[in-house]
Design a protein around this ligand. Structure first.
Ligand code: SF4
Length: 408
């Protein structure tokens, strides 16, 4: 497979000179990947539900595959679509999640550097399971999948999960030829603990009414996918928090007259950057996006055993990983919690067609919201592929819904 990294090299060139911490975080990650490609250093693929601290501590270059394709959109809006089409032409079924089709297609097109190894925690859904198997088959890279217990409250389930996590460290050691230095891992985890502390504080500020910010806390999810345990990831999150604090101290709000608070209970629509702004124009703010919701304790770094246990537990709380892997009750509970805590007036769930486990449970979501009198908009919008539901259609659905909510 040929190297076809021009799109990402271009993003790197654009961002590399930036001074702002957010772009610097992306540039640092891309620079590390391009350096690893140039020097033939090992690269480990991982999904967004598997944080990269173990790889950072082992000095193995991580690539969060879902993030790789979304970064490509910055210079080529068709980047992911081209990869999806490649996957379709190769016979990958259209029903597979478009994040995952893009990953498979990008591997086939050579627009993502090939992995030396793949480490995956089995979350959030079966799309991810099969995708990383397909990537392993395409590239020949060894694959390790942590088997996630269905119910982690069951006796022995957490111990089983921790064992899976230990297996992942052994796998990465074996295939990188490196040995884990637990003092180095402690440093990396203390860095990511700082990042999480800022992240949680920022999420708390979004509970203020009126809200100082509307839409995703991009630095949180970016730091989680590209820079967990690195100073760049922490700096990006801190910059966002400082910005929010500054706005709060000056009394600045996301919209001048907050008429409705929207709980956006899914990931953002990655190709439609102005959608949140459109809601602001209608007088609505979005103080909560599911992708940002990462309610965790700091990792206990006192001993190697506690580091692994604590990391393993925290991995189970990954945004979407937490609510997507077991009983659907967790999804409903978190949705209602978000409405209460972030003072939502309504919920919009733009469900991604790949998430069959969400669309199959629409009835449960409707019932839960109806029982509590929470206005709910459920509609299908692909988060990666803009050909499924157009930007105009999204806006028409959302405007009709928000008009009703605001007029209540
Ligand atoms: S949870 Fe939904 S968006 Fe995430 S990988 Fe699965 S199908 Fe795709």
């Amino acid at each position: 497979m040929s190297d076809n990294l021009q799109v990402h090299r271009s993003v790197y060139e654009v961002l590399n000179g930036a001074q702002e911490p957010g772009p610097r975080l992306i540039a640092n990650w891309l620079g590390g990947v391009l350096d690893a490609v140039g020097k033939g250093k090992p690269i480990a693929y991982h999904p967004f539900t598997t944080f990269s601290e173990i790889m950072v501590a082992l000095d193995v270059q991580p690539i969060c595959c879902e993030a790789w394709d979304m970064v490509g959109l910055q210079v080529d809006p068709d980047h992911a679509i081209k990869s999806i089409d490649t996957a379709h032409e190769a016979g990958i079924p259209p029903e597979l999640c478009s994040f995952d089709k893009a990953i498979i297609g990008s591997v086939m097109r050579g627009t993502m550097p090939p992995p030396s190894m793949i480490a995956q925690s089995g979350m959030p859904c079966q799309n991810a399971y099969i995708t990383y198997q397909a990537v392993s088959a395409l590239t020949g890279a060894p694959l390790y999948v942590c088997d996630t217990p269905y119910n982690t409250d069951e006796e022995g389930a957490l111990d089983y999960w921790v064992k899976q996590y230990k297996g992942m460290i052994s796998f990465l050691e074996e295939h990188s030829g490196k040995k884990m230095d637990y003092d180095r891992l402690r440093e990396v985890l203390e860095e990511s603990n700082r990042c999480v502390e800022y992240w949680l504080e920022a999420m708390e500020l979004l509970k203020l009414k009126p809200a100082p910010h509307s839409g995703p806390l991009s630095q949180g999810s970016l730091a989680g996918m590209m820079g967990f345990g690195t100073p760049e990831g922490t700096a990006a999150m801190k910059a966002l928090l400082d910005e929010l604090k500054d706005k709060v101290s000056k009394g600045e709000t996301a919209v001048p007259d907050e008429k409705a608070r929207v709980i956006w209970f899914h990931f953002q629509v990655f190709w439609d950057n102005t959608l949140m702004g459109f809601m602001n124009e209608l007088g609505a703010v979005v103080p909560y996006v599911l992708f940002d919701d990462f309610r965790v304790e700091p990792v206990d770094t006192s001993t190697p055993e506690r580091m692994i246990r604590s990391m393993a537990w925290r991995a189970l709380q990954t945004p979407m990983g937490k609510v997507g892997r077991g009983s659907f009750d967790a999804f409903i509970e978190d949705l209602l919690y978000a409405v209460d805590e972030w003072k939502g007036d309504c919920v919009i769930l733009g469900a991604h067609p790949g998430c069959k486990w969400v669309t199959g449970a629409y009835g449960l979501i409707r019932d839960a919201c109806r029982e509590r009198g929470i206005p709910l908009l459920l509609y299908d919008v692909d988060l990666v592929d803009r050909r499924i539901t157009s930007a105009e259609e999204s806006r028409t659905r959302i405007e009709q819904f928000l008009t009703t909510v605001i007029d209540r």
